[in-house]
Ligand binder design. Structure first.
Ligand code: ZN
Length: 118
């Protein structure tokens, strides 16, 4: 899947649709689900002793949504866009916007630096 943690995405369905781009805080289930900042919030009621809320009460949580309901945000197009993959000249794999073909950032480093890292 093309969504990664830290990406800016636009939600395409539901009550959070067509709002400003939001950040992906988690990618789950091999990329099929994502947790998006401020989207799909629920109040979860918990008992006392819960690790995140020792006093009990309500937790404001973001629940995962299906990654097919988000689109990667392109700053140049200022909207959610379809994404493709390509290799740049130095061998780095990057994502690009299919509308304006601007790069949306490398997903793996150039061949030389990859060897140096590992
Ligand atoms: Zn674009």
């Amino acid at each position: 899947m093309k969504i990664r943690r830290g990406d800016s995405v636009v939600i395409t369905t539901g009550e959070d649709a067509a709002q400003a781009p939001r950040r992906v805080t988690q990618v789950l289930d091999g990329g099929r689900k994502v947790v998006v900042e401020g989207a799909n919030r629920v109040l979860k009621h918990v008992r006392r002793g819960h690790p995140k809320s020792p006093q009990g009460g309500r937790l404001n949580l973001e629940m995962p949504i299906d990654s097919s309901n988000v689109m990667l945000y392109c700053g140049a197009c200022s909207r959610g866009v379809r994404v493709g993959y390509r290799y740049s000249d130095d061998g780095a794999k990057e994502r690009f916007c299919r509308s304006c073909s601007q790069s949306l950032g490398a997903v793996s480093p150039a061949k030389e630096s990859r060897a140096a890292k590992s």
